[in-house]
Design a protein around this ligand. Structure first.
Ligand SMILES: C[S@@+](CC[C@H](N)C(=O)[O-])C[C@H]1O[C@@H](n2cnc3c(N)ncnc32)[C@H](O)[C@@H]1O
Length: 194
């Protein structure tokens, strides 16, 4: 079989499908129109659970319709709330957390993820991960805030202890400027409390 290196989104889905097992609990931190939420609902199966967040009511409505259409809405808890508050809504540890940064496809480009809230949410996501669980983030540096998120993420994640986390950053060196990039963080064990 030929294996082709593809986009950040492809790597994200590839990693997630290796990590997530039927019955798992996972988080979609940026629900949008629900493509990723649907992927996660299918990955966790009927015994699993997906918590999903978006700040735009039209995104939540669109994702809800998609999940209903595919018969998996009962596996999801959808919240019209910022992902920076995820710890208020998720009462358990999770196998995976997914962020697909930027704006709602076809929506208002002014409503985009922002580093200030993304940073808080990423820190909370790391705390919620089970050992060997994975955080996967697709960043879009083709616009100003997206480039800032990419740079700040790179800085924040580079500082994680390699005793506790494996951190991967994938980008195509010969891609067009602004091509999406993927960050993946696997929690090896809980950081020591200090
Ligand atoms: C690139 S889209 C996500 C696409 C989505 N995963 C899909 O499969 O369709 C980014 C989403 O993040 C949402 N967003 C922006 N700030 C947010 C925040 N603080 N918390 C949660 N979602 C946020 C936007 O409303 C937008 O729908």
């Amino acid at each position: 079989m030929n294996y082709e290196l593809k986009s950040a989104r492809y790597l994200a889905d590839d990693l997630l499908s290796r990590i997530i097992q039927p019955g798992d609990t996972v988080i979609d931190a940026t629900m949008g129109t629900g493509h990723d939420t649907l992927f996660l609902c299918e990955a966790v199966g009927p015994a699993g659970k997906v918590y999903a967040f978006d700040i735009q009511p039209e995104a939540v409505a669109s994702a809800e319709a998609r999940l209903r259409e595919h018969g998996v809405l009962d596996r999801a808890c959808l919240f019209c709330a910022g992902h920076q508050r995820m710890d208020e809504f998720v009462p358990e540890k999770v196998r995976a957390v997914v962020f697909n940064l930027g704006w709602l496809p076809g929506g208002d480009h002014a409503v985009t993820t922002l580093w200030e809230t993304t940073r808080v949410a990423v820190e909370k996501a790391l705390a919620l991960l089970l050992p060997m669980g994975m955080l996967v983030i697709c960043a879009y540096p083709g616009h100003e805030e997206g480039d800032r998120e990419r740079q700040e993420l790179s800085h924040l994640l580079s500082g994680l202890s390699n005793r506790h986390y494996n951190v991967l950053h994938q980008r195509f060196l010969n891609a067009a400027p602004g091509a999406p990039e993927c960050f993946a963080v696997q929690k090896l064990k809980e950081p020591d409390k200090s």
